[in-house]
Ligand binder design. Structure first.
Ligand SMILES: [Zn+2]
Length: 62
C-alpha cells in the first residue's frame, strides 16, 4: 500500500496497478491523526490518501 497527498494520488494508483495484484486499486482517506504523522511517498507533503489493492486495506480496525 502507498501513502500519497492529493497531488500524487494518481501516481500511487499507477504503482498499485503496476504491482499487478489483479485487484482494482482502492483509495481510503487517512484519519486526521494519521494525516499528520504520515508523509506522501512522492513529496514532502502530508499524506491524505492510502492507496492499496483490495486485499491489504483491512489493517484498519475501526
Ligand atoms: Zn505528494
Amino acid at each position: 500500500m502507498h501513502y500519497s497527498c492529493l497531488e500524487h494520488v494518481d501516481m500511487a494508483i499507477d504503482i498499485v496497478i503496476e504491482e499487478g495484484s489483479g485487484e482494482p486499486p482502492q483509495l481510503e482517506e487517512l484519519t486526521e491523526e494519521l494525516k499528520q504523522s504520515t508523509g506522501c511517498e512522492f513529496c514532502r507533503n502530508s499524506a491524505i490518501y492510502i492507496v492499496s489493492n483490495g486485499r491489504s486495506i483491512h489493517y484498519v480496525d475501526n
